[in-house]
Design a protein around this ligand. Sequence first.
Ligand code: NAP
Length: 497
Amino acid sequence: MTATAPASERTVRVLIVGSGFAGIGAAIMLRARGIGDLVILERAASLGGTWRDNRYPSCACDVESVLYSFSFAPNPDWSRTFAGSAEIHRYLERVATEQEVLPHLRFDETVQEAHWDEEAQRWIVQSTSGPWHAEHLIVATGALSDAVRPDIPGLDTFGGPCFHTAQWDASVPLDGKRVAIIGTGASAIQVIPAIQPRVGQLLVAQRTPAWVLPRHDRAIPAWRRALYRRVPRLQGLARLLQYLRHEVLFLPFRHRWLRRVAARLLGRHLIRQVRDPALRTRLTPRYDIGCKRLLLSDDYYPAMTQPNVTLVDQTITQITPTGFVTADGTTHPVDVLILATGFRPTDPPLAPFIRGRDGRSLADGWRGSPTAYMGTTVTGFPNLALLNGPNTGLGHSSVLMMFEAQFDHLNGLFDLLALSGAQTAEPTPEAQARYTSWIDEGHRSTVWQRGGCQSWYLDRTGRNSTLWPYGVGRFRRMIGQVDPEAYRLAGLAEHRD
Ligand code: NAP
């Protein structure tokens, strides 16, 4: 279908926005239940979401690949314990091809606005190519998709190359240059060791030292890959063990005494890798372990000890055409500026532009603090599903398992609609309010709320609206079964599964 297709061709049963893991996975789930009348709108020219966009040197997943893959599409060929972004991207493309999702994709189509038409019982979705009409709308735009540039005075005046890690410009020469990187989060600690040997000088601007733990990344030997190919159950077992390990590792996020033990054990990584006591002090985190996202790296600290690396832990007060100035008045000349300043998952970019039954947008209802029943459906927004929605993020394991649990919930909802003969489903306000209170209660004792740090997990109201506060198993058990009492069903359906 082209961008000028007639309106009738632009009416579909399910419209998915975004073609990362969540959008592709949802399409596979829908096709498996016989729903082929679906379209995926993707604003870029190819599929892949964050793994298509993040191509900075050494970009990789910090969850073991055996777990960071769909349960229904195991990959015996992962080359490393923690595969790189290009390999993950190839995996997703392969799965999408094998599962025949590609014909459903429409590239270079940005969704601008969507509203529920109560009379037609349809979503009307405006994209850059015109309107689409859909019975169901699934928003799979990801939490880490829109890069955030720091709010530092003078940033736009910088005269040299300047780019965000999520928009890496490989054409910019770094060899021998004086390069500054702002931020020391998950992206920065992967970039720093990768570029340190090439650049002349590397200035690392750190605002808050992070907890960095050993990663133990290894190449997966050919014999093991062959074994996984021959005996897929063995890889299934390896996946199960990783899953259980991560579930156990979750416990310190809820229990303070376990955090104390973990901090003592894991703090040795810094002591072992940084001998200089002054540098070690400056790299030592001053908040509870786990409060901000835990970082995994075997080579970040060693890179920070190299003679061409300078840790800048004074606040940057001004960026100038030739560098930056810090609070102590020091001027730092720089050739290239790299922004490793992350994303803002608490303000989903489409939220102001998705309007429900009463014409109000998601953002209007959320007022800075996103909520959704089971992190997936929203009262007042019939037949809308948010994948990776509020409180479905994880600080300790593979988010793909959360997506799969959401797919199960959607499957259950489609079953409910088919059985009842109804056309639309949305959670009751009571069910959503009860669920949200329960989530907030669950967060009360977590490190994210009490660990003494400012993190992107917390929204501007101070509430944790990004993370699920328990183990993954609990989410899967809770959301896997749809409670019909929690949903308001309406209308008479034209379709039957
Ligand atoms: P991030 O974790 O949000 O880190 C942003 C960094 O920029 C922080 O160190 C932050 O300091 C700093 N910063 C922001 N504004 C600043 C300012 N005005 N001045 C100085 N420093 C500033 O972003 P990210 O590293 O891109 O990672 C985001 C998320 O993406 C991760 O948590 C993870 O979920 C995902 N990710 C995963 C991987 C992986 O799988 N390996 C890799 C990359 C990203 P403060 O700490 O003081 O705020």
